[in-house]
Each structure stands twice: as C-alpha cells, then as structure tokens.
Design a protein around this ligand. Structure first.
Ligand code: AMP
Length: 450
C-alpha cells in the first residue's frame, strides 16, 4: 500500500512527496480509516512507529480552513521537546495548507505564548500545565476544537498530569473526536481515556510492550560504574559502527559523573542532557546530536523521552531502567522508521529482577554477551555507589500539598504521591543482607531528588 491508496488530498500528498515518504507504516495504515470515519481511536504505538503522522494525516485531511481565530485541533503531549517535535511534524505536513500551528509549554515566558495564541491559530500543541494557564486566562478558547489528541498518555500520567487533563476536559466542547496514543495500555491509561470517552476503537502497531523487531538487543554483566564506563569507552573507541550513540542513565548526577569521566577521551564529540540544563542548552544539545556533532549523548529518561533523533545507531542502557515500560521507550530511540538499531543493556547482579520484568514484558530475552575486554572490569566503587541510595530523576517523594496549589506544571507535578522503594531496599528486605559489594549499612534516608 502507498499513501496514494489512502484518501489523502493533494496538499498532503505533495508534502509527503517532499519528505520522500511513500509507504504508510502499520499504525498509519490501521488508524487512518477509523479516524476518517470520525471514531474515537486509541493507538497503541511506540515512538518510532510513525505514530505522529498516524494521527496528523487524517486530522489534517479532515481539517477545513475557517476564518475563526480559535484552534480546531488540540494536541496535548507530556514534554516541551515533544511539543517542538510535533509542531515540526505539523509544519512539514501542512507545507501546502494555509494553516497556523502554535506550540506552548511550561518553563518559558507565558506572555510570549499568550501573544501567539491571541493572533489566531488552527492547531495548538501543548503540555498540560501551560494549556491550563492559557485556558484559565481566557486567552485560549477551545470551543472550535473538533479533534482532541493526547499523545504519550502513559508518560503524561507518569509525570502526574492527571489533574490538568481533567481541567482541560471542562473547557472542551461536547462534540469532539478523541485520538489517544500510548506505548502501553496499562490500567491508568485506560481509566484516563474512559474519562474522556466510552466508545473507542483500539488500533495497535505491535502488541503492547513489544519492542520493534528491527532492534537487536543484548547485554553485558558489569558490576559497577567504573566497569560500565570502561566498557562504554572501549566500545566507542573500537567500534566504528557506533556512530550515533544514545546513553541512558537513571539520574542527573550519574549523567554528569559519566560525562566528566568520558569527556577527556571524547571531548567535543560527547554531549549530556538532563532536566537541570537550561531549555536553550537542551535544544542546542539535541540539535548537535541530530546533526552528528555529538557522536554520543548521555541522557536521563525524562528528557530523552520525546526526542525524535534520526539514525541513532545504538542505545546503551548504562543502567537497567526501573520499569519495563521505560526500557521499551529507551530502546525505541533506535531503529526508528524501520532502520536497523541496536540496544545494549549494562546490568549488575542486583538488576536481575528488573531485567526479568523487562524480558517478560517484551516477550523476548536479552542475551548476555561475554565481556569483549575483561581486563576493563574494575572493583573500585565511585562515591555515589557508596551512598545509601541513588534515585531516578523523576522520582518525587511524598510531601504535603501546598495550601493554595497554583495551576502551574511544576507545583502540581511535585504533589504527586509516589513512594519509591529503592532496589537495594527491596533486595535487603528479600535477602536480609547486602547484595552488592561495598554496600554501606542503611543510614538515614536522604529525601532528595538526584
Ligand atoms: P514517530 O513514531 O511519529 O516518532 O515517527 C518516527 C519517524 O518516522 C519520524 O522522523 C517521521 O518523520 C518518520 N516517519 C513517519 N512516517 C513515516 C513513513 N510512513 N515512512 C517513513 N518514515 C516515516
């Protein structure tokens, strides 16, 4: 099947032609008919499957020019990076349409977004918190919205955006079409969807949780940070095929430590990105990675989630992700749009349980390969590994809700109650003894984010 076989119009076909895209992906093919028929659709698709065009193509096909300054299409996404990416995709597809798209997200000047919205627009893409700000201000009106799209619903819930989604729901006209996209269909995702609509059709690119088939996955057993860093350095130095390498680490601190460790060897070819870096720094870093200036980018899960970087040759899980869904998302950064990809997972003995959960969700195992240079194994621990616990970037500890909770992305996000039990604690509870070398007796738990 080609795009010519779908009921697309000339402007969209020309735009696809310019992009050199001729064949719809599985999710694009499956979602097109039901969306065109006006049904509510839930698409189960990972990033890299062409899911953005899967909802944009029929939505733009159904879009009609009006003189109204209010948007007809509302797209809600979890992160700023994803806002920019989706805005970019809308621009590409609407090259031959007289259509205005605006992207809004938290952490930047509200006035700028207000001005952009006030001028008038057809499509708005935004993060939940910033959209609520604009709605409460009365600047953004949703009465003309015909199509509501929620992308990466699972991630939105992970980030604690449920309250804002409820707020937005109140501003929407009754008659509207819903399109939801999520990599996984866990109970919370289903509950959220049901708040918006009772009748929907599910289209699935691949079974929920199944990683893309064109990604080769394997692992190395490595006991600690130094062994992992040594192997990563070795692979980058000896394997020419590692051209565009995305390295995932679980904490900002670890991202910085790894960067400092590798920077003397790789210098300008190495980048690092996490949520404590400024917005500008993050945009520039992503652009440098996309352009190939950086051969290797170290990233935390939170910011790397929405990145659409093409031709990532290798994803390296420097540590095993604490949830199986996160692993699927990490791995989905490579092998995009049917390119061949490789995902390598570094795992330590204490990761056995998490690794088993990942393999169970994927329905396939991650073979452990022999270490290519065993002399690079180290038993020296870094200071961080000797601390009682280090926690993932998006872990939020219990804290009392502020009395006058403002409608602000950060403050609402921080109210999220999420008690995290560290892997070490779990292992201690289970085995009643330390499971890793150098583990210190439990001191007073530090209630900190990394
Ligand atoms: P997504 O899953 O939406 O993040 O898309 C992943 C990448 O695939 C994007 O860079 C798209 O431009 C690209 N893409 C989307 N649809 C197609 C297609 N039918 N053929 C080839 N590439 C595509």
């Amino acid at each position: 099947m080609t795009f010519e076989d779908l009921n697309l119009n000339k402007p969209l076909l020309s735009a696809l032609d310019d992009l050199g895209i001729t064949t719809p992906t599985a999710i694009q093919e499956k979602a097109f008919g039901p969306i065109m028929a006006g049904r509510d659709v839930v698409g189960i698709a990972q990033t890299g499957t062409g899911k953005t065009f899967a909802y944009l193509l029929p939505s733009l096909r159904l879009w009609q020019f009006t003189k109204s300054p209010y948007p007809q299409i509302l797209i809600i996404v979890p992160t700023r990076e994803l806002v920019l990416q989706v805005v970019g995709e809308v621009r590409k597809l609407s090259a031959y349409l007289n259509l205005e798209v605006v992207g809004v997200y938290g952490g930047t000047n509200l006035k700028v977004h207000k001005a952009e919205v006030e001028v008038g627009l057809d499509v708005i893409v935004g993060t939940p918190g910033r959209l609520v700000d604009l709605l409460k201000d009365g600047i953004l009106k949703l009465k003309q919205v015909k199509r509501l799209i929620l992308d990466e619903v699972d991630e939105m819930l992970d980030l604690g955006f449920r309250a804002q989604l409820n707020d937005i729901l109140e501003f929407l006209p009754r008659k509207r079409q819903h399109l939801f996209f999520s990599a996984t269909m866990i109970d919370e995702v289903l509950e959220t969807i049901q708040q918006f609509t009772d009748h929907f059709e599910v289209v699935e690119a691949a079974p929920s949780g199944a990683p893309l088939e064109n990604i080769d996955q394997y692992g190395y057993a490595l006991p600690n940070f130094n062994s992992k860093a040594n192997l990563l350095e070795h692979l980058l130095q000896t394997e020419a095929g590692f051209r565009k390498v995305l390295v995932f680490v679980s904490t900002k601190k670890l991202a910085d430590i790894l960067y400092e460790r590798l920077e003397p060897t790789f210098g300008e070819a190495l980048g690092v990105i996490h949520s404590s870096k400024s917005q500008n720094f993050r945009f520039n870093t992503v652009a440098a990675f996309e352009a190939g200036t950086y051969r290797c980018l170290i990233a935390t899960d939170l910011v790397a989630r929405g990145l659409d970087v093409s031709a990532v040759t290798h994803v390296v899980n420097f540590d095993v992700s604490d949830t199986a869904e996160k692993h699927i998302h990490r791995v989905g950064r490579t092998g995009r749009a049917e390119e061949q990809g490789v995902a390598i997972t570094f795992h330590a003995p204490e990761d056995a349980e998490a690794l088993a959960a990942i393999e169970a969700l994927m329905g396939r195992s991650i073979p452990t390969l022999p270490h290519p240079a065993p002399r690079l194994l180290s038993d020296e621990l870094i200071a961080l590994e000797q601390e009682p616990e280090y926690v993932a970037e998006n872990t939020v500890f219990i804290r009392p809700a502020p009395e006058n909770a403002a409608f602000h992305e950060k403050s609402l996000k921080n109210q999220k109650v999420n008690v995290r039990v560290g892997r070490r604690d779990k292992m201690m509870a289970k085995y009643k003894k330390p499971q890793t070398r150098g583990q210190k007796p439990r001191g007073k738990k530090k209630g900190r984010k990394s």
